[in-house]
Design a protein around this ligand. Sequence first.
Ligand SMILES: *Cc1c(COP(=O)(O)O)cnc(C)c1O
Length: 423
Amino acid sequence: MKLIDRDRRVIWHPYTQMKTARSPIPIVRGEGARLYDESGNEYIDAISSWWVNIHGHAHPYIAQKVADQLHKLEHVIFAGFTHEPAVELAERLVKVLPSNQSKVFYSDNGSTAVEVGIKMALQYWYNRGIKKRKIIALSNSYHGDTFGAMSVSVRDLFTEPFRDLLFEVIRIPTPTKGNEEASISGLSRALSTQDVAAFIFEPLLQGAGGMIVYDAEPLDKMLATCSKQEIPTIADEVFTGFGRTGRFFASDFLENKPDIICMSKGLTGGTMALGATSCTEYIYNGFLSDDKRKSFFHGHSYTGNPVACAAALASLDLMEEDDTWKNIARIILRHKQFASRLIKHPRAENVRQIGTIVAFDAIGDEDTGYLNSLRDRMNDFCINHRIIVRPLGNVMYLIPPYCITDHELDKVYTTLISMLDSL
Ligand SMILES: *Cc1c(COP(=O)(O)O)cnc(C)c1O
């Protein structure tokens, strides 16, 4: 039986209407920015396999380090025990994170990294005996698919079936161009009137909400306000971390640093599932007590998995190489040139770029929105041209692995322009 037929019998895919979806493409191997299917077709992965891959597929250096670790220690319970890869990874993360970050808490993925961040902030107040329960979040935010992460995310199509079960948050506008004042004053108003426990945001780039880009300046002001009132801030860097925005973290563009930072996606170079949430000494100290009830009661079976940590360490090694940063700079420059071509195209609107991400709204003749047919038309066009994309409604974007070659980028850009021509 063919793989896609076996798949259909037993697999339920994410974000997929299984009744109507086209058959998934069976991928057998990857190399650099390329993926190969069963029939030997070659695809350029222009979205880093759901935004996680940063150094390319099946990277030999990461593969070797993972294999070495597997032969030494595959896993050990992380409560009451520790190991070299977890300790070294935390040491190295603390070195590259904003200087106020001092402790690392491990979990499994982006959503759990966010859950940990939210729970840290809430229990921080609880441990002090102060009733602060409300969280401020931005419009169009996306923080993951578990219940806490959904609660702080925008209420939309994805969260609708669970709406009545999500906890309430204080929603303020994202400080995009023209909305800076509304956002800043919204935050101040929320802080002055309600029992705010924390402010959570995706710094400078809201991913799943539509690749929405905003400046550091208004966010900096908002962080300063929170800091003055000693309200913990949570930067969800799950998507923006590890060079995506042109710096190591998007928070590096800010003068005022967040208290809690959530990481995943690029953390292991896109090799394995791993989440990490870092925090300041100040937050951490809020849990130190002779009273065991003030412990942070959170953990997962695979917390701090040594193999995942080894993958992350290997990825960090690669992040330290000049070539990686040269590649990032090269992609930024190439994206800029592509953006200037897009701006002139009558079927592209709101062209935006931050770091290695370039995005635009495509204008077809149909409605916009996540479920529109334009999305499928764009997707099919690119797949037929062997380019892997994943439009968010009519929002088309590119997030390539840093190792993508100029030649591959050219092919992606040319395909997107012909796609727009075809609309
Ligand atoms: C993808 C994403 C998440 C969720 O990460 P998962 O690993 O998919 O659970 C959280 N926050 C942001 C900003 C993301 O882009």
